[in-house]
Design a protein around this ligand. Structure first.
Ligand code: ADP
Ligand code: MG
Length: 219
């Protein structure tokens, strides 16, 4: 990570650390404690945004290309998001095809589905469900992420992926979907979105199947 970036991350982390230190003091009032806590949270969010921006603008193309076993890798992403889902009363249900690999950069694959599932969680401020399915055909793998969240209007759907487009005010960066679109494109995939206001949203991703034995299968 570049020197400028680590500096930008270190600043908020140092600030957060300072306030954590202050909170160790047993004599401070509950009110002060809450105030410090919210500063810590803001600083950590700021650090997260820097990292997110960095990931967005660093490499538009894929890095290391390898076989990605879809089920295994999606489970890793879900595990990362479990605590935040629990905290928001969001239940995640999965139904995976056992087999199926695609080709691409594993880190980018994680980043992509992290962004999508994170948006789903954030679309359900009062809790709800996320269903994650995969199916595969001889040639393609389909990954579906469905939520029971606030949904999007036609105009919102159209603007998805536009840099800095966010309906989350200061809490959003509007960069998550832009990253998703660029990663999926680099992996030769396609995205379909269906959404209805107050009903929920379904994202369908289709990727070409990774086929290691393709050379032997031709006659
Ligand atoms: P951010 O999450 O920082 O707002 P994103 O690029 O990740 O930026 O998403 C852009 C916008 O797309 C969001 O602000 C939201 O309006 C909309 N959006 C994305 N995913 C969903 C979803 N699952 N349900 C409802 N709205 C969504
Ligand atoms: Mg987002």
């Amino acid at each position: 990570m570049g020197a400028a970036i680590s500096h930008e991350i270190r600043n908020p982390l140092t600030a957060a650390m300072g306030f954590v230190h202050l909170m160790k003091e047993p004599a401070i009032s509950p009110k002060k404690r809450m105030e410090y806590l919210s500063i810590v949270k803001e600083e950590l969010e700021s650090a997260e945004r820097v990292i997110q921006n960095y990931l967005t603008f660093s490499k538009p193309s894929l890095g290391y290309i390898e076989e990605i076993p879809v089920k295994t890798e999606l489970l890793k992403v879900i595990n990362i998001l479990k605590p935040s889902a629990n905290q928001n009363s969001v239940e995640i249900t999965t139904n995976f095809a056992i087999l199926g690999s695609i080709e691409g950069d594993r880190q980018k694959f994680h980043q992509c589905f992290l962004n999508v599932i994170k948006n789903s969680i954030e679309s359900m401020p009062r809790g709800g469900h996320i269903y994650i399915y995969t199916h595969y055909t001889k040639t393609h793998i389909i990954i579906e992420i469905e939520d029971t969240g606030v949904g999007m209007s036609q105009e919102q759907i159209q603007r998805l992926g536009e840099p800095y487009y966010s309906t989350k005010g200061s809490k959003g960066t509007g960069l998550g979907m832009m990253v998703v679109f660029s990663i999926v494109k680099a992996m030769k995939g396609t995205i379909r979105v269906e959404s209805e206001i107050n009903q929920g949203t379904t994202f369908s991703f289709t990727f070409p199947t990774y086929n290691h034995s393709s050379k032997n299968e031709r006659f």
